[in-house]
Design a protein around this ligand. Structure first.
Ligand SMILES: *[C@@H]1O[C@H](CO)[C@@H](O)[C@H](O)[C@H]1NC(C)=O
Ligand SMILES: *[C@@H]1O[C@H](CO)[C@@H](O)[C@H](O)[C@H]1NC(C)=O
Ligand SMILES: *[C@@H]1O[C@H](CO)[C@@H](O)[C@H](O)[C@H]1NC(C)=O
Ligand SMILES: *[C@@H]1O[C@H](CO)[C@@H](O)[C@H](O)[C@H]1NC(C)=O
Ligand SMILES: *[C@@H]1O[C@H](CO)[C@@H](O)[C@H](O)[C@H]1NC(C)=O
Length: 232
């Protein structure tokens, strides 16, 4: 019941950001909205083909972790990532700032976006990257031994569970870590009640018919009369 609101909300954050910065002198302050929409729409399209369970998704949160990894990339890899994200390196700063401002618990709703990078101990972590991850993206970089995938999967799953208030459990299986060199984890946690709620008083038992039109049954029907603005 909490999820559609999250999807809309993140689009609004982006839209508001680029609009309010239109007056600003600095070009680096602008998020290229067109690209953002394309990236987001691709995510929504992909998810539309998946199961119908309630879920929360945030393109900006996904963008954050990809933007973080771009900080540690060079040459072709770097241009491929930034091209896919539709952002320049300047705009990465803005993405990071939006990401860090997501956790703005104001009592009405709680949104937390958390990042973490697990890197194989076959590699040495560049100090600059480690510093940037931590200070710009609030993401720690942890060196792990993927030759012991059971241990690493427990490590990752515990971190994910912790940062999603226990909502996401057993995200990754040891078998999926076979031959991994780097694992990027981004968790989005969203908790809120509907701004416009259905009143229990306006819920009544109503008659429903099955598709064949024969069998009658009674179900609780929620009813609301309200004016709701939506952003698409
Ligand atoms: C989110 O922000 C609140 C205060 O605004 C803070 O207490 C909490 O630790 C933060 N949580 C995360 C996961 O960043
Ligand atoms: C770490 O990365 C930075 C920035 O990409 C680079 O200038 C530096 O040479 C790297 N350090 C090492 C030890 O490779
Ligand atoms: C990254 O930096 C932190 C803090 O400076 C340090 O504790 C940690 O060992 C570093 N991690 C790596 C993989 O270098
Ligand atoms: C950074 O992350 C930690 C743990 O994930 C969290 O407690 C803290 O509030 C975060 N800080 C910001 C500025 O988001
Ligand atoms: C409750 O239902 C009544 C009649 O169906 C309707 O007139 C009223 O506006 C509803 N109230 C709310 C808050 O939706």
């Amino acid at each position: 019941m909490k999820c559609t609101a999250a999807v809309l909300l993140f689009e609004i954050i982006l839209a508001t950001n680029s609009v309010s910065n239109d007056q600003s002198d600095s070009d680096s302050e602008k998020v290229p909205l067109e690209h953002d929409v394309k990236f987001s729409v691709n995510i929504y399209k992909f998810l539309a083909t998946k199961g119908k369970k309630n879920f929360v998704v945030s393109p900006i949160s996904a963008k954050l972790i990809l933007s973080l990894i771009a900080e540690g990339a060079a040459s072709d890899t770097l241009s491929e990532i930034t091209e896919y994200l539709g952002i320049t390196q300047h705009e990465q700063d803005l993405i990071a700032r939006i990401g860090n401002s997501l956790n703005d618990s104001n009592g009405v709703c709680q949104i937390v976006s958390a990042n973490k990078v697990y890197i194989s101990d076959d590699y040495e972590v560049n100090e600059t990257f480690n510093y940037t991850s931590l200070h710009k993206y609030n993401s720690t970089v942890e060196v792990v031994d993927f030759k012991t995938p059971e241990k690493v999967s427990v490590l990752i799953n515990e971190w994910v569970e912790d940062h999603s208030n226990g909502k996401i459990q057993n995200l990754i299986h040891a078998a999926e870590l076979h031959a991994a060199t780097i694992i990027l984890v981004n968790v989005i946690y969203f908790s809120a009640t509907w701004a416009k709620q259905f009143r229990p008083k306006n819920t009544s038992e109503e008659k429903f018919y099955t598709s064949k039109g024969k069998q009658e049954m009674f179900l609780k029907a929620l009813c609301m009369q309200n004016r709701i603005h939506i952003t698409v």
